[in-house]
Design a protein around this ligand. Structure first.
Ligand SMILES: Nc1ncnc2c1ncn2[C@@H]1O[C@H](COP(=O)(O)OP(=O)(O)O)[C@@H](O)[C@H]1O
Ligand SMILES: [Mg+2]
Length: 424
């Protein structure tokens, strides 16, 4: 089988890595990929949002299956374009992807189907949103409606912070049309968890649980990032809680989609806040989390290509999906300055040495080649991922590997998975 993976970050490296061990796969392409991915797949310089170019490539190279990593092409309708041409693709169509690409759609959807979530109101008027803020009192969470690459959410503790966020989103249009509307919602307190599932629209199967660390600095301090590390399993998601999440969140969501005539296929990700032992949905994503995909796919014991083919064929109920008992921890190595301004092009040392370490895989996010040298090319550069018999063992192994890697300005958190260890 010939497979194309769309995207070029750590999540896509983990997908490529996982399918590279599939017996059915003869050849993997990745658009656009990165330096690490190029060791397992042929990287092609195609923009993930240029669907004509991608479809031409798929036809010309006789690709049997395309797996889409990031949310942007999904929300712009890459799956719709593929399905129109009768091509096999893993991911939801643009109607399904609205669950991520419009927070107001997503909140209204949750309200319609009784999915637990924070109380909220949607506004397209800055004045009315401001009145509501004063009426409700603080703290509140202010969210730009559309995709904002993880930068469109503000936890406002004071009225000034709330009004600043509203102004930035609605008046200054810092996120463009994504700020035409805002969601103003109640601030929940508790512990966050990522809950992902595979679905073919009829059957929904949970993936191993995970948690990520969004803040830039140790102790969950500093600005939000795309994610500085993640681990699986997440001790907060007990078997009993998983059952509750499946019933009150995942199955209700699937039922909601089918009531609205949306055939949702691919990955459904619920970002949850566990408050007093009960799950509340903060948001849905229509793809795997990055970096959660790295530790979660490291634990997947079933062929991902089998799963993808079963999903696209509407036969997910027929396959058995298994997870390894091992735990997995991923620590992100970022460029100095990230998530603000950072420099690129720094040579990365130690990658060869780390390859010989058992149970360690270094997933590349922002890397490229400068001649033969692997250099940094993004904010998040590498995801050093290790497995072990428990979280503690996996974490030690990941940090041991990091000790051998270096690039100028390298920044990483020293406390990934501490939250999980405090619980055990
Ligand atoms: N209602 C809420 N109460 C408390 N914290 C929240 C709430 N909504 C979002 N957050 C925090 O903001 C982060 C980002 O919000 P989220 O809805 O996941 O948006 P996105 O991932 O698109 O930026 C969450 O991971 C969580 O830490
Ligand atoms: Mg989120």
């Amino acid at each position: 089988m010939r497979v194309l993976v769309v995207g070029g970050g750590g999540r896509e490296h983990a997908i490529v890595w996982k399918i590279s061990s599939s017996r059915q796969v003869d050849k993997i392409y990745c658009a656009p990929g990165n330096a690490g991915i190029s060791e397992l797949a042929e990287c092609v310089e195609i923009n993930p949002n240029d669907f004509d170019a991608i479809l031409d490539f798929v036809k010309y190279e006789w690709i049997d299956l395309t797996i889409v990593g990031p949310e942007e092409p999904l929300s712009r309708g890459i799956v719709d374009a593929f399905e129109k041409e009768g091509r096999r693709v893993l991911g939801p169509n643009s109607l399904g992807a609205r669950i991520e690409s419009s927070k107001s759609f997503s909140k209204d959807f949750m309200r319609r189907y009784g999915i637990p979530t924070a109380e909220y109101k949607v506004f397209s008027s800055y004045i009315e949103a401001g009145d509501y803020v004063r009426l409700k009192g603080l703290p509140l969470v202010i969210k730009a409606d559309g995709l904002a690459a993880g930068k469109g959410v503000f936890i406002a503790e004071t009225e000034k912070e709330a009004m600043d966020a509203l102004r930035l989103i609605m008046k200054e249009k810092a996120f463009g049309a994504a700020g035409d509307k805002v969601v103003v919602e109640q601030c929940l307190r508790g512990e966050e968890a990522s809950f992902m599932a595979f679905t073919d629209g009829k059957t929904i199967v949970p993936m191993a649980s995970s948690q990520d660390h969004k803040r830039a600095f140790d102790g969950d301090k500093g600005p939000n990032t795309g994610g500085m590390g993640a681990y699986s399993p997440a001790p907060v998601v007990t078997d009993a809680l998983e059952a509750v999440i499946m019933e009150t969140v995942m199955k209700r969501t699937l039922k909601g989609f089918s009531s609205e005539g949306i055939n949702y296929k691919g990955i459904l990700y619920a970002g949850l806040m566990i408050q007093d032992g009960r799950p509340h949905v903060l948001e849905f994503n229509c793809r795997m989390g990055d970096p959660e995909a790295q530790p979660v796919l490291s634990r997947l014991d079933t062929d991902l290509v089998d799963i993808a083919v079963a999903i696209t064929g509407g036969r997910l109920g027929e396959i058995d999906i298994r997870w390894k008992d091992d735990a997995s921890v991923c620590v992100v190595l970022a460029s100095g300055g990230y998530p603000g301004k950072y420099e690129k092009g720094k040579p990365i040392k130690g990658l060869e040495e780390v390859k010989s370490l058992k149970d360690v895989t270094v997933f590349h996010a922002g890397t490229s080649f400068n001649g033969n040298d692997v250099v940094t090319s993004g904010g998040r550069v590498l995801g050093v991922t290790a497995t072990g018999k428990d979280i503690s063992g996996a974490k030690d192994r990941a940090y041991e590997a990091i000790g051998k890697i270096h690039f100028e300005g390298m920044h990483y958190r020293k406390d990934i998975a501490q939250r999980a260890l405090r619980r055990t």
